[in-house]
Design a protein around this ligand. Structure first.
Ligand code: NAD
Ligand code: TYD
Length: 339
């Protein structure tokens, strides 16, 4: 493993992972391959711009010609696939791009991996493929019961990864990560949306009763978990990757407000998300047996994240004033008026 194609490398977790690989593995060459959708941003990769072992290629994972060219040109031996449409609310408004990228794109990548006989294919998946669990913890062998177009498309892509291992013997590995937060997360997701809204004294639109539970994972811990599974995970295996920080949304919201010194009166209960999963929770014994454990506590990681958004308005202000405005109006306009 020397030349790694990180697809979706200009997104939130992908760009953190590109930095992680370049820092941890001085002999690796890393190519970030990204379509630069609304969520992809070359500013996320500024820190590695001058690194000679790093290259950026603009391309769609569903475009087999562009993909083949990148693999050939950079002598790629490994793919780590982060590329996805990643936001549940957008998948409810418009599922089309989710099928294109998360299902078809994953298939096209797998075909390329097979054709070029790559050493390893890592699929970055999500705990959302299981659906909701009222109590207890999901294990890797549990049935997949996704409830949103996003999670269904991720499950579709992931099952194709399984098929390529079983059918063609491709050396695959899958991680199912839980809700991730940290620097460079597009401000449509709840943590950066609420942090940046609160900085501007704008309302925080909390869906339903705010008692939904997510298991929060700091992006650096997500990257170290992917790293370990990529290098040490068994071929064809799936690994749950959760922070072990189950929190109600309302409590996450209050923590963010407390860290910013803003009042709880900014919280605005609004109409719930359709098909909203109540609770996610993961049993991560399999990955822990390989030696993984999170380095960050939840409160400290959220404090770090809040501090980053406070210090990096240059990064998020242009995003929130661009395409995002139309999306925000479509997603929240009526909700906020009615709420
Ligand atoms: P993101 O939306 O920030 O980044 C996705 C990146 O993929 C963007 O840079 C985008 O330009 C790129 N992309 C989209 N379609 C593409 C295409 N067709 N071809 C090439 N590039 C394309 O997402 P993220 O939060 O960083 O998530 C990364 C991966 O991790 C996704 O696969 C997601 O399902 C998974 N995941 C995310 C979380 C989370 O909480 N954010 C949790 C678990 C798993
Ligand atoms: P999100 O960040 O969209 O991640 P996911 O849906 O993939 O878990 O949302 C996290 C939780 O926060 C989820 O239960 C939905 C809730 N949420 C709100 O209450 N208000 C919001 O504006 C958003 C974006 C999410």
């Amino acid at each position: 493993m020397q030349n790694i194609l990180v697809t979706g490398g200009a997104g939130f977790i992908g760009s953190n992972f590109v930095r992680h690989l370049l820092r941890e593995y001085p002999s690796y060459h890393v190519v970030a391959y990204d379509k630069l959708t609304y969520a992809g941003n070359l500013k996320n990769l500024l820190e590695v711009h001058d690194e000679p072992r790093y290259r950026f290629v603009r391309g769609d994972i569903a475009d087999k010609h562009s993909l083949a060219q990148a693999i050939r040109e950079h002598n790629i031996d490994t793919i780590v696939n982060f590329a996805a449409e990643s936001h549940v609310d957008r998948s409810i408004l418009e599922p089309d791009a989710f099928i294109h990228t998360d299902v078809v794109g994953t298939y096209v990548l797998l075909e390329a991996a097979r054709q070029f006989q790559l050493e390893r294919f890592h699929q970055v998946s999500t705990d959302e493929v299981y659906g909701s669990i009222p109590e207890g913890f999901f294990k890797e062998g549990d049935p997949l019961e996704p409830n949103s177009p996003y999670s269904a498309s991720k499950a579709g892509g992931e099952l194709m990864v399984r098929a390529y291992h079983e059918t063609y013997g491709l050396n695959t590995v899958v991680t199912r990560g839980s809700n991730t937060f940290g620097p460079y997360q597009y401000p449509e997701k709840v943590a950066p949306l609420f942090i940046t809204n609160a900085i501007d004294d704008e309302p925080l639109p909390l869906y339903g009763d705010g008692r939904q539970v997510r298991d929060w994972l700091y992006v650096e811990d997500h990257c170290s978990g992917i790293d370990l599974a990529l290098h040490r995970g068994a071929a064809g295996e799936v690994y749950n990757l959760g922070g072990g920080n189950e929190r109600h949304n309302i409590d996450v919201t209050r923590l963010i407000l407390r860290l910013l010194g803003k009042p709880d009166s900014l919280i605005r209960p609004v109409a719930d998300r359709p098909g909203h999963d109540r609770r996610y929770a993961l049993d991560c014994a399999r990955l822990r047996a390989l030696g993984w454990q999170p380095a960050w506590g939840f409160e400290a990681a959220m404090a770090e994240t809040v501090a980053w958004y406070r210090q990096n308005e240059w990064w998020w202000r242009p995003i929130k004033s661009g395409e995002f405005k139309a999306y925000y109006q479509q997603q929240y306009g009526q909700r906020l008026t009615a709420g």
